[in-house]
Design a protein around this ligand. Sequence first.
Ligand code: GAL
Length: 708
Amino acid sequence: MADTPGPAHPRPLRLEALAYGGDYNPDQWSEDVWDEDVRLMLEAGVNLVSLPIFSWPQLEPAPGVYEWGWLDRILDKLWAAGIAIDLATATATPPSWLLRAHPEMHPMDAEGHRLEFGSRQVYCPSSPVWHENVARMTRAMAERYGSHPGVVLWHISNEYGDHTSRCWCPESTRHFRRWLQDRYGSLDGLNDAWGVNVWGQRYTSWDHIEAPRKAPGPINPTQLLDFERFSSDAMLQLFQLEVDVLREVTPDLPVTTNFMSMFRDLDYWTFADAEDIVTDDAYPEPADPIAHVGAALNYGLMRSLKGGRPWLLLESSASATSWRDVNVPKAPGKMRVDSLQAVAHGSDAVMFFQWRQARYGQEKFHSSMLGHRGEASRTYRETKALGQELKRLEAVRGTRVRARVGLVVDWDSWWGSSAIESLPSQRLNWARQARAWHRAMHLLGQPVDAVRAGGPFEGYDVVLVPNLYIADEAQAAALTAFTESGGHVVVGPFSGVVDATEKVHDGGAPGPLRGLLGVEVDEQWPHADGVVETVDIAGASHENPAWAEWIEVVPTPPSGATDASPGASGRMGPAATAVIGTYSSGELEGRPAVTRRDAGTGAAWYVSAMLSEEGLSAVFAEVLGGAGLAARTEVDVDFEAVTRSSDDTDFTFALNHGRTPLKIRVPEGALDLVTGERTGATLTLDRYGVAVLQTPRDGIPPFLTLAH
Ligand code: GAL
């Protein structure tokens, strides 16, 4: 079948190299600086820049009066030098004249304050005036520059929701009501969904519904959840508006909007469906020695949002940021290893905010590729070196990460489990669970993709469900089918608790997952702060600092013909649930904490506790063993290895995120693309060192370990 654009066949990026460059703000400089910019960009290997992201007022200084000249000149200059353009639609922030003419366009916070001009992203996402003007500006940009040969990608808006992801103004409230009408059809439907008989909240008119604000006590949880869903959808609608205009005027150009890694406020699965290429802005905290672990989770999500296709790191920092309380620079070599980590995880780009360090404004202390000292700056020296190095890694472009482990990323459960009240404990929520579970798996050496709760799970051996507070039958069926065909599922605490309207499932948790897991939760049993209980697994005691559950192992009905054959445990007959870990202190002492039910040729684990990292590692090592996957026995948080593969070649990135050299075992005779040399049986990664080992593609990716 022809590879025509569409959700399954996104438009590709027309760039015959790994992309290298950054945000470029030529309108903050006089034109005589531009020639130097282009010269130094070429010297550094820059081949893609993003502009004019925040330049609407410079492009349309008065309504309908356009000043395209400067943008024409710089685009031509860049393209004449062979530098391609990620062209922003310039709608990231409105001009002052638009806001002054339409004060109702200002976003409003939950306390009823209109947010003022003087910063960026000053708009209500639901404002009809904003929509109308965004569509107009996008069309004007597309008509003027859509056929410019240098333009290879549309950069829509900028980091939706960075500053304004929720709006409580009257317009947003009206939009919220329309969204609810679409979802529930009738007021009865809404009243039923929101469970309004609790605390007397029955609505008799749509006009009585408000966006959730400060109330005398805890707010209806389903109202809160729906406001999260609505706010994400309202932003998606705004994005889709631009996508539609661009698809109409420039049907062959790919579109993107830059994400903000794991961002709670927007359901990126839905945004990724609407675009051609996933792009991400990543700012791991340089002062945090394990920030790269969180980055690996973020990048796993980015490559998974479009089924494993390469994504683009569109922004990162060459050294310090300027928006933290304390902005620690990146030590020499750190920018390189941070950048190559993104490439290891499937990015076909290394881009920065920004090319030239600003002299004024909010971001003048933010590092850039070209620092205040210009060519002499350290960041520029490192920028040049990285640009050269990326050329040596060209063979990895277009290849895909081979991960055998997927982790369920689910915004509904994230929102539902992190409401600020009306939950058993504030210490457990989806994000905290996801990070902890990812970290434990990461340390065992297996790269982790993101998957949707309802699948597809093909291609994975292990699926981690760190928390699925909101779960439905379809998700349970997909997970069950996965285990029955040999998959290994691990489900975390407080899962399968409620349905999409936040009603507790019949019989309680784990609701639709009961048959899969073979357990029932009698009571959630969070610990008081400071109380640390323990769980015993295979004779070892592990800390359990915050959460436990009183669970009962229950017989489960036979699940098809495969149940009568030996499972992983070699048992015959209907699958029973085995107790793998036991609470070993506190009120639940002696009760099951971790269980495994063999189903078909796979297995379903339930971890009812919020285990410490060691406890999780013990469970996950068992799971990996059962699934036939390797696990590191010796762990060093600085060491990471990820493989990207083409049809016939594996490229295994070995990264040292720390300052102490690491000796590792590697496939002998591999070509290291970084040094151009063949490897022996081991190699040493220096401080922030990176090796990229090219080997013929094998059944499973090389699994690198520490050597001593
Ligand atoms: C991003 C933003 C950029 C710049 C950068 C600084 O959030 O998209 O415009 O502000 O942060 O780190």
